[in-house]
Each structure stands twice: as C-alpha cells, then as structure tokens.
Design a binder for this molecule. Sequence first.
Ligand code: ZN
Ligand code: ZN
Length: 289
Amino acid sequence: MPKKTSIGAHVSSSGGLSNAIVNANNIGANSIQIFSGPPQMWLPTKHSQETIDQFVSLREKSDIEEVWIHNIYLANMAADSSEQLEKSINSVIGALKFGEKIKAAGVVLHTGSHKGKGFNKVQRKVINSLKKILSSVPIDIKLALENAAGQGGSIGSDFNELEYIIERVNDERIGICIDTCHAFAAGYDIRKKQVIEDLLTSFEKTITKEKIFVVHANDSLMDLGSHRDRHQNIGEGFIGNRGFKNLLSNNYFKKLCFILEVPGFSLDNTKKNKGPDLENIKRLKKLRP
Ligand SMILES: [Zn+2]
Ligand SMILES: [Zn+2]
C-alpha cells in the first residue's frame, strides 16, 4: 500500500478501456475508478481480450496505483422480485470477474434499498445475496459496500448497517467504501477529527478499520444531515478544505486511496460538467500533510 494517500478520480473509459488511463494521466490522477458498464443499464460493456491486454500494459507503464470498478446503479441486494435480485447479483459477479481480468483492486457497490420497509426486513436477503456473489467468484478481489446518503430507503447510510452486513457475510474480501459526501449528508460530521476517530474506533470493535478499503472524496453541496446526495468540488462545499485536511491527516486514511467523483469546474459544450479534473486533484493533493 502507498504510504501517502493516493489521490485518484472516477474517469471515463468510453471509446476504449485504455482511455481511462489517458484520462487519468491528463488530470494527474494516481488511482482510478471506472464503471463496469453504463450505470443505468443492465447490459455490461463487452471488452475484447485485446482491449483488456492494452489496458493492463498501459497501466503498468503509468503511475496508476489502484484501479476500482463501480458497479452499475441498478443493482439492489434487497430487490423484491427474484428476477431483479438475480440480475443484481449477476451484475456484481460480472464486475468482479471483469475486475480480476484488468487487475483491479476491487468493485464498489451501492448495497441497495429497502424501499421503506426498513433495514431489519431486508438484512437477511442482503447478506445471502452477498454470500452468493462471493461464493460464486472464488477470486482474490475486494468488494466494497459504499455508505449511502440516506435517500429513498437506501441501505448503509448508517455505518452500523454495513458493519452488521460485513460481520455476517464474514469474508475477507468484503469491506467498505466511505463516500465523504454521503457520510456528511447522513449526519456524520467528518470535518471533525474526533468524529473520524470515533468512526474508526467503532469499526475496530466490530469489523476492524482494515475493512475500509477505499474512499470516495467528494465535497457536499448540501449541509450536514441533509440526506441529499449532491457532490460538490473540493473546498466548494460544506465539508470544505478543513474537513478534507483533517481526513487526510488521519494515520489510517494515509494508507488509502481517495477517488474523486466531483462535478469538476469546467463545462463541456452541452453545458454538462465534465467530472473530476486537474483542479480538484491539485486541491486534494495540497491538503495532504
Ligand atoms: Zn461514491
Ligand atoms: Zn453520491
């Protein structure tokens, strides 16, 4: 593991997997995250062996430290219909297998939603789904459950829920992806060093802090406890520079990689934000001790 926090970004791989590396180099990202397929579609992107080989060799020549894959958004480990649940499970299995091929560190997953039923009603289903996934993929790759902001019955806005799931799935490959914006929106005031320490202490008691595999570094457009998932550029939101500085100075977080999923400062010609850019990377790197 790198001694200094690796600062990375979610990058586009459209037009070819290797473009992810090119895009990362253009913005100075030292780690990357890519989608396993169009995030709002069930269909995974098919990559030829040639494309994969190209990606792996280009990555070896680059400074990229960690590669993460973000699973599609449609997957729900607590889906009501068996058809939806099966599709969800298969999407994660596919992402993990793809991850092994491209030598990724792991897959980040939004656990899903209980759709208002409450976590207690779906916890068994979620645990069984995750067990099924991991037992059908006997490979050495991580699966990181991302904490949620708390919109629409999402599972895991309370870290206790993720701890509960991870303890019971009981597999060394499963852990957590902490999204700073989501944690802040869910009411964790991670601007404060003490809150960060308390969170780590709580993890130590249940699943250990080693279960934090990766961080999504996003400032928050909305205030503490808003339960709204609105990412903002680093230093421009309610978490602010001070919040990120505190997080980056924490000894445990120094070992992790931070992936930006921010809107970015520039607009493309359709007036859409282009996503993580050089400026956000620079800001985060400057905040490292
Ligand atoms: Zn995220
Ligand atoms: Zn988000």
